[in-house]
Design a protein around this ligand. Structure first.
Ligand code: FES
Length: 274
């Protein structure tokens, strides 16, 4: 790279969003851990700025006070919107005055928080951002207390099988054994189609195979979390290992996460453009 070079970048992706045109009277809740605060900080600020009748409740958990990111910015936000922002710092390894805000968030603590701090019946949308265990705990508990799953959005830090991820933008190499069965994969990206054969013994993903013939196939986490590798399955079938990104409606419409999809038919056709 040199000064003045131009980068071709992808447009923003994902569903960790809300409709900013439609916020009057709405109550949004964010639960974040560690750096999971980053998208929620921006979301809370935008929501509170956009509508004078919106409310935001933020539960933010860290090990100790010194780990809290955006500590001053959060305090400033609270000063700006004292009645519309409820801010709860939970410290897992430091004692706070309120026992509810001290210690790790487990199911019992979360249920108490829902009872006394948040009251789900008053909430329009939920945003969960943190490590897998916390997000799963929050999601399961919210659904258990009656929250509509379509009102819960989440973003995970990471998950996935180590060692299965592509390396850089070239795809993990595979060994081709003569005469062994292969899956023929055809994919379309930016209007151009390409073909690649994936040996059955490689057990590779559609993404990995595609990267072996084109370096610009989109992906980011390679763990089923971000949704960047989403494509629509047009022919054939696949088995998805993990899926933390696609909603049930997207699955019904044939979308797959190519970083998690292993072909189970002789040929597979996917389209990244639709
Ligand atoms: S690259 Fe993130 S879900 Fe596939």
């Amino acid at each position: 790279m040199h000064p003045g070079d131009e980068l071709d970048v992808m447009s923003p992706q994902g569903t960790f969003i809300t409709r900013l045109e439609d916020l009057d009277g709405r109550h949004l809740v964010g639960i974040a851990a560690g750096s999971g605060i980053t998208p929620l900080m921006a979301l809370a600020t935008a929501v509170l700025e956009r509508s004078v009748t919106s409310r935001f409740t933020l539960v933010y958990t860290n090990r100790s006070r010194s780990d809290v990111m955006f500590l001053d910015d959060l305090a400033d936000l609270k000063d700006r919107y004292p009645s519309r922002l409820a801010l709860h710092h939970v410290l897992s390894r430091e004692q706070r005055t309120a026992p509810l805000l001290s210690g790790r968030i487990d199911e019992a603590k979360l249920r108490t928080m829902l009872d006394v701090l948040i009251r789900p019946a008053t909430v329009d949308e939920w945003f969960l951002c943190g490590p897998f265990d916390l997000v799963q705990l929050c999601r399961d508990t919210l659904i258990d207390v009656g929250v509509d799953r379509t009102h819960i959005r989440h973003e995970l830090f990471t998950t996935g099988e180590p060692g299965q991820a592509p390396v850089g933008s070239v795809g993990r190499p595979v060994i081709v054994v003569p005469d062994e069965p292969v899956c023929h994969i055809r994919f379309t990206l930016d209007g151009q189609s390409a073909d690649v054969d994936s040996p059955a013994s490689a057990h590779e993903t559609v993404l990995n195979a595609a990267l072996r013939v084109r370096a610009d196939v989109p992906y980011a986490c390679a763990g089923g979390v971000c949704g960047t590798c989403r494509a629509r399955l047009l022919e054939g079938d696949v088995r998805m290992t993990e899926n933390y990104a696609l909603e049930p409606e997207e699955l019904e419409r044939g979308y797959i996460l190519t970083c998690q999809s292993h072909p189970t038919t002789e040929s597979v056709v996917v389209d990244y453009d639709v």
